[in-house]
Write a protein that binds this ligand. Sequence first.
Ligand SMILES: Cc1cc2nc3c(=O)[nH]c(=O)nc-3n(C[C@H](O)[C@H](O)[C@H](O)COP(=O)(O)OP(=O)(O)OC[C@H]3O[C@@H](n4cnc5c(N)ncnc54)[C@H](O)[C@@H]3O)c2cc1C
Ligand code: FES
Length: 287
Amino acid sequence: MEKMTFHPREHLYTPREAEIISVSDLTPVEKIFTLRMKDDSPLGHLPGQFVQLSILGFAEAPMSVASSPTRKSCFDLAIRRAGTLTAEMHGKVPGDTVGIRGPFGSSFELSALQGHDLLLISGGCGLAPLRSLIQYCADCPDEFGRVEIIYGARNPDALLFKKDLADWRSSSGFGCSVTVDTVRGGEGRGGECFEGPVGLITALIPPLVPDPARTMAVVVGPPPMYRAVIEELKRKGIVASRIYLSLERNMRCGVGKCGHCTIEHLYCCTDGPVFRLDRIEGVRGAI
Ligand SMILES: Cc1cc2nc3c(=O)[nH]c(=O)nc-3n(C[C@H](O)[C@H](O)[C@H](O)COP(=O)(O)OP(=O)(O)OC[C@H]3O[C@@H](n4cnc5c(N)ncnc54)[C@H](O)[C@@H]3O)c2cc1C
Ligand code: FES
């Protein structure tokens, strides 16, 4: 997996100050924050990496970077209100300052993905880290073959990045299919109708794999999604060495010191969060 090769020591342990540039609602419980380092330095991440977000007086939490490193001056975090830190973050407004450590962890291996057709599959919040890779593909279209995006959410209200999904759907470089598990009376938030398919995300995979030997798959989503999606991808002829996953574990330090994120002998924060499937298939508790 590609990792950052250069980490000034202070970036490992000491948060850098970042200013919130804009905030907007994605869903009733998720907001997107655009941030800029106060010293104007780029974040220096690769798609798939995460940062440790902190607010003075509150704890830290890992957050995936939701924008591409090609969009240099700012970066996005999509944050679900889950507990103490994220509730505090949801009260922040443009101009406020937060702490950022990182970027940390492995990334989606760009050198392995380049030159291939891509199948980018995400469920729920998994679209946040994948958006970084999708934006990268949009900004560097010559580096990739056909890019197919498949996204699933519980219901229309829970769909993240609705504007991006519409843009990707209308872009000639991408295929983009969206499904939801359920709809309430066919109505989404604000009276919008959801016109896409209703059902499991795996149902969207079959028609989309014209050449498995030229295809690389990236899967990010809630744990129950992985088994079903991996099974379906393998049925379509995509072997484990062509499938990348991003895993989440409870994390503290983010830099391989505290042991909170272990998966057998692996540290999710430094060996992951992005893993190639054939390298973790035999690891107990990984998926
Ligand atoms: C690599 C990585 C990337 C992440 N990216 C994002 C992101 O882009 N956006 C986002 O909203 N969240 C993300 N998370 C999850 C986020 O870090 C947790 O939800 C975090 O605990 C929230 O902090 P809090 O203080 O608000 O909640 P807390 O008060 O810590 O707890 C909220 C609840 O979430 C549980 N929890 C804590 N850590 C995790 C975890 N890693 N996974 C699942 N449940 C957890 C706690 O046990 C508790 O039940 C990511 C986690 C990891 C490991
Ligand atoms: S979070 Fe501390 S070792 Fe991974």
